[in-house]
Design a protein around this ligand. Structure first.
Ligand code: XMP
Length: 316
């Protein structure tokens, strides 16, 4: 595709011209935008890029390893930070959804600033801002979008970066095409959006390591199942939710009293309104069986058949 090739060359030239000999810091969220930006910057400036991936413990099963495996072999100088204990500690006992978001945003900035000092000094902060973010800065933004958590002008003096935003004129589809040419694996390139606060807002109420662990396993069965049955690309977003509901079930000769997991899949163009995905019953039956068989803490699975509005896509 000559067009995307040409755009890549132009973007690389632009970055080199802007950055010169400066050092650039990038937060990687594991989503397509920041991952693609990592690959582009690695090509443009090599070791002058430091990409930081903060594992806040609210990621999907195996996500950190997937990101490492995708980016390091393609030359991205990637630092992964295990900040799980800090985030989970800070969220302990907090059940209000907005409070959870605030705490995660604050902890993210704290961890990111610490890494910036550890590996710095840096001259530039790179962000995967897209054209739609430029024209309308509201909406779902990933953890890697520092601006959504933090006014860059308000960063501490020694972290007063200039911004590098090579994707400011691009749409998502164009970034995906660039990602393909740069060698980003399809499982990241075509990934559904994933919220910055991650699984914390899908683990209803106060989170715990145990609950997150249950949710990760349910989510992995559902999302892997969608891929296996060829249904993933037909959904705009698919998620599992761990509800605080415990109910009676039966397993062998024994009664159980365990959690209910909810599955949600939606189709949408803009995430402002959405329809619940009409997934085949047989597929849902398979998912339900797998989940209750493999995740012993779950004895009931429900499928969310609510549109947005009135419901949101996330449950918190
Ligand atoms: P709702 O639940 O509002 O979600 O229908 C719409 C889209 O936004 C994502 N979302 C978030 N993304 N931080 C994010 O980065 C958040 O706090 C957040 N809340 C919702 C959600 O996953 C969906 O794609």
């Amino acid at each position: 595709d000559w067009n995307a090739e040409h755009i890549i060359d132009e973007l690389i030239e632009g970055v080199r011209a802007q950055v010169g000999e400066g050092r650039v810091l990038l937060a990687i969220s594991g989503g397509v935008d920041s991952s693609t930006l990592g690959l582009l910057l690695a090509r443009a400036i090599g070791e002058k890029l430091t990409a930081v991936f903060i594992d806040h413990g609210l990621l999907r099963l195996g996500e950190r390893e997937q990101v490492e495996a995708a980016l390091r072999p393609l030359g991205v100088n990637l630092v992964t930070v295990d900040a799980r204990a800090e985030f989970i500690g800070a969220l302990s006992g907090v059940s209000d959804p907005e409070q959870k978001r605030k705490i995660i945003g604050r902890e993210f900035i704290r961890a990111f600033e610490r890494e910036a000092r550890e590996y710095g000094p840096f001259d530039f902060l790179a962000q995967g801002t897209l054209y739609p973010d430029v024209i309308e800065s509201a909406g779902g933004e990933g953890a890697a979008n520092i601006k959504s958590h933090h006014n860059v002008g308000g960063l501490p003096e020694d972290l007063a970066f200039k911004l590098v935003e090579p994707f400011r004129t691009l749409f998502k589809d164009e970034v995906r095409e660039i990602a393909r040419l740069l060698g980003l694996p399809d499982h990241i390139r075509m990934r559904h959006p994933f919220p910055g606060p991650g699984l914390a807002i899908r683990c209803l109420g106060a989170i715990s390591e145990e609950k997150l662990d249950i949710l990760k396993r349910v989510d992995d069965i559902f999302v892997s199942g969608l891929r296996e049955f060829g249904l993933y690309d037909g959904c705009s977003q698919a998620l599992a939710i761990l509800t605080p509901i415990q109910s009676v079930g039966v397993m062998g000769d024994e009664r159980t009293y365990s959690y209910t997991a909810a599955l949600r899949a939606v189709t949408t163009d803009d995430f402002m309104t959405a329809e619940w995905a009409r997934l085949p019953y047989d597929f849902l039956a398979t998912m339900s069986n797998r989940i209750v068989n493999q995740v012993h803490e779950i004895n009931r699975v429900v499928y969310d058949i609510t549109g947005k509005p009135p419901a949101t896509i996330e449950w918190e």
